[in-house]
Design a protein around this ligand. Structure first.
Ligand SMILES: Cc1cc2nc3c(=O)[nH]c(=O)nc-3n(C[C@H](O)[C@H](O)[C@H](O)COP(=O)(O)OP(=O)(O)OC[C@H]3O[C@@H](n4cnc5c(N)ncnc54)[C@H](O)[C@@H]3O)c2cc1C
Length: 522
């Protein structure tokens, strides 16, 4: 197929239009194009994933550096009263491949209960673990001679297009974690593989790194389909600005433009528009099209065509906080702050794709000697302003409930206990700065409000629910309730924050969605 960079290049007629070539959108588009009789167009607001900055995407050691660049929408939250009035950067991928190009690459499917909850909430057993576990990635060996026998379970990996693997370089922190699981398995259980039915326990990290480069939804799904199928076209640098009602209640048209002042174009799909613009983009686009909560829409002078109160509400996110200790041995942080060593590592990678740059080191890169905490939050509101090219108003309302704070306090206390086990003897020296003072609940709360931030896993702004439920935005088939021709396939439909890392669930969700569309529309 064709990769277009401007809407005036697109002249064909399409059966399906996918909005957003992100994590989910790339999967759906590639799967639909397997059927030669249908024509598929994907429209992506962001940039190419093969541009001059593409090292940021693909070199594993550069994980995290895409945030704040041209690959990022660069959203910011409104001031968060629960975080002492701070605003928080809220990154989302603005590139073919979406957030799978800039994320932290950690891959864990989550436990079976995660999927069974989706089945219960939607009233469709097709969303249960039993049915969904068939969609899988494939495990790749590391570039070096690290043997990973006993460190993962080959039986819970498969043959899907996405590549994952264990990190090739093992750090002292990891060795000590597993010593801890050896010493006190009843308290700190070893989990052979976080992709099994059990998502809990201490496991080796699986990352979306193939043998030596990041695997994205673009690389794993969209590019191979684009290269091999003439019935799939992709248009980048082009934002969908409005969904168009082509017949009563039937939203099979999209209006697009490259900037607020550029010419606007209309593309129509003979079968469906599939909205995969993500947790922020999807509700924003629905609301711009008059599909959303009437009261919110009237505040921004958009006439409400379909009053769907849950659009843009219920935003959930996970939270992160660094707890640091001074340590006795050199860490990766020292390596990363040594420019000569870093340059040499990147040169080695450029030469033959080996060396420390060829492996994901996300945990130690971000926070050398600490642990990360996930806290589920109860969050309202993604609102927006009418110009589609303005950023939406994002208010995750972090840490506004006692549940959030109580969870943090409990988590930090657990961590303090855990780090005082013998496995850390001789390695941890003193807690770093403020961490030394976390002796009471009140002091912990003060620390949390000062330093907590987003883990960048927002979901649930266009939630799935049973067909008979009044609430929610989509039914179990992911069609927008009460409308025709409009389906949502991305993180926004998840009923609540994922108990783990979301990308695996989003790839799986998109695989089943594509299968559903094929069986109902082809
Ligand atoms: C910095 C960061 C770190 C993360 N770390 C991890 C991790 O380690 N492990 C993990 O599991 N998850 C992680 N995540 C979360 C995970 O990457 C996301 O949950 C997931 O990729 C979201 O998939 P999606 O398909 O819903 O949206 P996205 O992948 O964001 O795709 C949405 C796409 O739609 C496009 N779009 C939006 N609006 C429009 C429009 N109007 N017109 C056309 N195109 C549009 C966007 O440009 C984007 O390409 C991280 C996320 C970020 C940002």
């Amino acid at each position: 197929g064709q990769l277009y960079t401007s809407p005036d290049q697109v002249t064909k007629k399409y059966d399906f239009i996918v909005v957003g070539a992100g994590t989910a959108g790339s999967v759906v588009a590639a799967r639909l194009s397997e059927e030669p009789s249908v024509q598929v167009l994907v429209i992506e607001a962001g940039v190419s994933d093969n541009g001059t900055d593409s090292d940021i995407i693909y070199v594993p050691l550069l994980v995290g550096t895409g945030v704040g660049t041209i690959l990022d929408w660069n959203y910011t939250t409104v001031a968060q009263s629960g975080l002492n009035g701070r605003t928080i950067d809220f990154p989302r991928g603005f590139v073919l491949g979406g957030s799978s190009c800039i994320n932290g690459m950690i891959y864990s499917r989550g436990g079976s209960d995660e999927y069974d909850r989706l089945a219960t909430v939607s009233g469709d057993s097709g969303w249960s673990w039993k049915e969904l576990q068939q969609w899988n990635e494939h495990h790749t060996p590391p570039w070096n001679d690290r043997r990973n026998i006993g460190e993962y379970n080959p039986l819970v990996h498969g043959f899907g297009p996405l590549a994952t693997g264990l990190t090739p370089t093992v750090f002292e922190t990891e060795q000590r974690v597993f010593q801890m699981t050896d010493n006190r398995p009843e308290l700190y259980p070893f989990n052979l593989d976080p992709n099994s039915t059990n998502g809990l326990g201490f496991s080796w990290f699986h990352t979306t790194v193939g043998t030596n480069a990041r695997s994205t939804s673009g690389l794993a799904y969209l590019h191979p389909a684009l290269n091999s199928c003439s019935n799939l076209d992709v248009l980048i640098h082009t934002q969908v600005t409005k969904l168009i009602e082509m017949e009563t209640n039937t939203y099979t048209g999209v209006q697009v433009a490259q900037s607020a002042t550029a010419k606007h174009f209309l593309f129509t799909a003979s079968k469906e528009v599939i909205l995969s613009a993500g947790t922020i983009g999807t509700p924003q686009l629905l609301m711009l099209s008059g599909i959303g909560p009437a009261a919110e829409l009237s505040k921004v002078d958009i006439s409400c065509v379909h009053d769907v109160p849950d659009v843009g509400c219920n935003l959930q996110d996970q939270n992160i906080l660094a707890i640091q200790w001074e340590v006795s041995s050199p860490t990766l942080l020292m390596f990363l702050s040594n420019e000569t060593a870093l340059r040499a590592a990147l040169a080695q990678y450029a030469g033959n794709k080996t060396g420390i740059a060829a492996g994901n080191t996300v945990r130690v890169v971000d926070h050398p000697d600490n642990w990360e905490l996930d806290v589920r939050l109860n969050c309202p509101t993604v609102a927006h302003i009418p110009n589609p090219f303005d950023h939406p108003v994002i208010d995750p309302a972090y840490l506004q409930t006692s549940f959030d704070i109580d969870t943090y306090v409990a988590a930090i206390k657990t961590l303090q206990t855990l780090m005082s086990t013998p496995a850390w003897d001789g390695f941890l020296l003193t807690p770093f700065t403020d961490v030394a003072n976390l002796a009471t609940d009140a002091l912990i709360e003060g620390y949390v409000r000062k330093f907590a931030s987003t883990l960048k896993h927002p979901t649930s702004t266009a939630t799935i629910s049973k067909s008979t439920d009044k609430g929610g935005v989509v039914g179990p088939d992911l069609l927008v309730k009460g409308l025709k021709g409009l389906r949502i396939v991305d993180a926004s439909i998840l009923p609540s924050a994922v108990a783990g890392f979301p990308q695996a669930e989003i790839y799986i969700l998109a695989e089943r969605a594509a299968a559903l569309i094929k069986s109902s529309r082809l």
